[in-house]
Design a protein around this ligand. Structure first.
Ligand code: G4P
Length: 189
């Protein structure tokens, strides 16, 4: 998506080969017009898939996912992070390892909001190693719901997230795909 690539070039900051800061328009301060255009593009791409729910992982995924769910006219499910396993029969639960943050956390989803008739679009801001998205797929599949695809704002294509998700039979659609980065340098695929 040209608009997002231009915004990343103008206001994104490549700290090094691995980390892109987009705090001024996605992660901390949000540009609502751009966010809505991005969500509309995701909704437009996936609208043929008869989606019943959009799901995201708190917290930065909520803004794009909410606007995508609004455009598709379906509810938004927020997969919640918990620091450690709590036994709760009302929740589906799975562990996620974050390489970037070097932590483990438990991802949870209430059984009451999903069932085998749901066809779910996952939306998130970044795709890096694909661990969070893989855990989201695992969690949703526990309920026997199906995955319609994954919509991502920014994919770091030099990391293995896309391959990992496609290997699970899931379509990945990313609005900006970064081929490589260095300090103050960003190139798109
Ligand atoms: P993975 O899920 O793809 O395996 O990614 P990883 O564990 O490596 O990433 C952990 C967190 O770091 C995620 O946010 C992810 O969105 C974020 N992240 C990864 N790469 C970048 C980057 O280059 N720039 C920025 N700004 N964020 C990045 P999270 O822990 O879920 O946090 P939240 O912001 O959603 O609360």
């Amino acid at each position: 998506m040209k608009l997002l690539e231009e915004k990343i070039k103008a206001d994104g900051v490549a700290l090094n080969e691995h980390i892109l800061k987009v705090d001024s328009f996605i992660n901390h301060q949000i540009d609502p017009i751009l966010m809505q255009e991005m969500a509309n593009e995701l909704a437009n791409h996936f609208k043929v898939k008869e989606i019943t729910k959009v799901a995201t992982i708190e917290s930065s995924g909520i803004a794009p996912a909410l606007l995508t769910s609004l455009a598709l006219g379906v509810p938004l499910l927020i997969l919640k992070k918990q620091p450690s396993k709590i036994l709760n029969q009302d929740l589906y639960q799975t562990v996620v390892t974050s390489f970037t943050k070097e932590t483990n956390y438990e991802l949870t989803l209430s059984k009451k909001f999903i069932n085998e008739n749901d066809h779910v679009l996952i939306v998130d801001d970044f795709l890096a190693n694909g661990e969070a998205a893989t855990a989201a797929i695992r969690l949703i599949r526990m309920s026997h719901a199906t995955i319609a695809g994954i919509g991502i704002l920014i994919e770091k294509s030099f990391q293995p997230g896309r391959e990992k998700l496609e290997a699970q039979g899931v379509e990945v659609y990313a609005l900006a795909r970064i081929g490589n980065m260095a300090e103050n340098f960003i190139s798109f695929l």
